[in-house]
Structure formats: structure tokens, C-alpha cells
Design a protein around this ligand. Structure first.
Ligand code: ADP
Length: 253
């Protein structure tokens, strides 16, 4: 039996007359990687920011690990990790100094080297954030979500702009975090990423959830309608060629 760790019921968010989130309901299970997909403007960020206690809702209810968003937002803040925008990393500070600054915000003491080890950045501890590659910056930003040892982390398009090797490396990191017991909620525009990584996916469009299931089930359901790809699918794609030629190892070290 799955344990529900996030429960969203009839959530509505209006911006003036505009209905950005139109009464959505869904549950996230403990220990899963849950994907929120949808075109730009679908309402994904709004929904996540409400759950993260960063934005007010118009109506509906949200509970996170049994804490009610309206009554116990501070309890929710303590058990979630939200990815900080890499633009917020002061370029002149090194990674140890940044971790010390962020852990001060959480009022938590952390073993910075241990944290950097988790994201394979211990060698960069004394490097300034401006000296990191794109993949390293993203790994560091994932490390910042783990500072308060959260039960749930929220990752907003964590692999956007990365090369295929760096993306695969990040997928492994996200799987490891999940395997260590943390629930992960992720948004992405990469369908291959969602298919590979997510246990279940909610597809949002125009403020509503139009489907919620595992990637496999969604694909099987589509195939069952008689859908066929217009073009014969080849046994490999261009990304396979790229990885085959350039290898899987990281290049951003
Ligand atoms: P997504 O993350 O799926 O791209 P958002 O949640 O950011 O979608 O936005 C959903 C809709 O709400 C969009 O049409 C966006 O323009 C609108 N919106 C988001 N934030 C605001 C705001 N602060 N004021 C007015 N409209 C907003």
C-alpha cells in the first residue's frame, strides 16, 4: 500500500479573472519520482509554488506529510527542499561558503563536504560557483535542496541546457536521492527524461490535469487506441549515435 505524502484537493489559483489552476486534485506517494509535465503556461510552477508555501492559493486544500498548508506552513517548510535558481549563487563565493550561507538560512548545521560528496563535487569545494560548468552548477543546486535533510525535494527543469552526458549523470543522481528515501517532484520539458525517470506523471494543460499515470500506462493506453507513429521508428535515435560516439563519461569536470 502506497503512503500518500502530498495530497492536493480541488486546488484553484486565480490571477485576477484568469484561472491559472482550475480545481486540480492529485496525490504524490512517498518514495516516488513524480513528474509534472505540460506546455508553458499550463500552471505547473503555480501548483508547485503553492505546495512549497511560496505562493498563496485561491481555494482548495493541500497537505504535505500530514501537515495542512493553511495551518502548518512552517512545518511543511522544514521537510521540503526547493531548488534554488543557479543565478542566486554569488559567483565570488566558493561552494563551502555558499553551503554555509544557505545552511544559515535554514538554521541547520551541515557537513558541507559530505553534502558535496553526495553530488560528486567534493573536488570543487574551494572553487567559486562561477568556475563551475553547467552540469556542475545543476548538481550543486540539487545539493542545496538537501541541506535540511528533506523528505521531499522539488526540482524545476533540472537538466535544461545540459548535454546528454550531463543529463544522464543528473538522472542517476536523482535516482540515488530517491533510493535514499527522498520523494522527488520534478518538472521537465524532456519527454525522454520523464519516461526514464518518473514513476508517475501528471500532464497539465490550461490549468487542469488531463492525465495521471505511469509513463508505461500512458503509452500503452495510447497504443491501445490504435495510434501508430507516422514514421517507422528506427532501433536507435540521434541521441544514441551521439552517446555512442562521444561516450557516457562526464566532460564537465
Ligand atoms: P507553467 O509553470 O506551467 O509554465 P505557470 O504556473 O508559470 O505555468 O503559469 C500559469 C499561467 O498563469 C500562465 O498563463 C501565466 O502567465 C499565469 N501567471 C503566472 N504567474 C502569474 C502572476 N503572478 N500574475 C498573473 N498571471 C500569472
Amino acid at each position: 500500500m502506497e503512503k500518500v505524502i502530498i495530497s492536493v484537493k480541488d486546488l484553484v489559483k486565480n490571477y485576477g479573472n484568469f484561472e491559472a489552476v482550475r480545481s486540480i486534485s492529485f496525490d504524490v506517494f512517498e518514495g516516488e519520482i513524480f513528474g509534472l509535465l505540460g506546455p508553458n503556461g499550463a500552471g505547473k510552477s503555480t501548483t508547485l509554488e503553492i505546495i512549497e508555501t511560496l505562493r498563496s492559493k485561491t481555494s482548495g486544500s493541500v497537505s504535505v506529510d500530514g501537515f495542512d498548508l493553511d495551518k502548518q506552513p512552517d512545518e511543511i517548510k522544514k521537510i521540503i527542499g526547493v531548488q534554488l535558481q543557479t543565478s542566486g549563487f554569488y559567483p565570488g563565493l566558493n561552494l563551502l561558503e555558499l553551503i554555509s550561507m544557505f545552511s544559515g538560512l535554514y538554521n541547520k548545521k551541515v557537513d558541507a563536504i559530505e553534502l558535496l560528496k553526495k553530488v560528486n563535487l567534493e573536488d570543487k569545494a574551494k572553487n567559486k560557483s562561477k568556475e563551475l560548468s553547467g552540469g556542475q552548477k545543476q548538481r550543486f543546486s540539487i545539493a542545496t535542496t538537501l541541506i535540511n535533510n528533506p523528505k521531499i525535494i522539488f526540482l524545476d527543469e533540472p537538466t535544461t541546457g545540459l548535454d546528454p552526458q550531463a543529463r544522464r549523470n543528473l538522472w542517476n543522481l536523482i535516482r540515488e536521492i530517491r533510493n535514499n528515501g527522498t520523494t522527488v517532484i520534478i518538472t521537465t520539458h524532456y519527454m525522454d527524461e520523464a519516461e526514464q525517470l518518473c514513476d508517475r506523471i501528471a500532464i497539465m494543460d490550461k490549468g487542469q490535469i488531463i492525465q495521471l499515470a505511469s509513463p508505461d500506462k500512458m503509452i500503452d493506453d495510447l497504443v491501445a487506441t490504435g495510434f501508430e507513429r507516422p514514421k517507422q521508428v528506427k532501433a536507435a535515435n540521434l541521441e544514441d549515435v551521439f552517446i555512442h560516439l562521444t561516450g557516457r563519461e562526464m566532460r564537465d569536470e
